[in-house]
Design a protein around this ligand. Structure first.
Ligand code: FES
Length: 155
């Protein structure tokens, strides 16, 4: 695992979440006044099955230091099996990250229901702490930007 010596570094984490479970869980975190790291930007999707993993690469290319993907627990997806599709794609995405040498501690996949506000706070805090130790993902940002998005016209 990489380590960071820059104490002033504040990680940028992008969370791709489904509307029905994790987004509602994150909302519960706020309404329950549970504090968690403000380093996360949440992007809401109808379902994790709709998340194109190229968007994760694009988030890294545009400055993210870490990623969270989170949705409904298995068998709770509001579209029946979207989260199972997401999990399959996730395994391929992990292999891609591994291939390009990205530290897998920068990407987190989780299930958080609408009733798990405390769990959401814990996942965000743990992820931010881990990324803070790893430091900025600058080398991956350049690599991804140059190798993936330059070739397709930086869509
Ligand atoms: Fe939440 Fe499908 S609706 S993962």
């Amino acid at each position: 695992m990489e380590t960071n010596n820059n104490n002033s570094f504040e990680p940028k984490v992008v969370a791709f979440v489904c509307n029905w479970c994790t987004y509602a869980g994150a909302d519960l975190t706020g309404t329950s006044r549970i504090k968690y790291a403000p380093n996360v930007k949440i992007i809401r999707f109808p379902c994790t099955g709709r998340i194109d993993y190229m968007l994760l690469m694009k988030a890294f290319a545009n400055g993210a230091d870490g990623i969270i993907v989170s949705g409904c627990h298995p068998n709770d997806c509001h579209y029946t099996s979207g989260n199972f599709h997401a999990r399959r794609r996730w395994m391929i995405f992990r292999n891609l990250c591994d291939f390009i040498g990205m530290d897998m501690n920068r990407v987190v996949f989780s299930w958080v229901s609408a009733a798990e506000g405390a769990k959401w706070a814990e996942i965000v805090n743990t992820t931010v702490d881990t990324i803070r130790q790893l430091g900025p993902a600058t080398s991956f940002q350049k690599l991804i930007k140059n190798s993936v998005f330059e070739e397709v016209g930086n869509e």
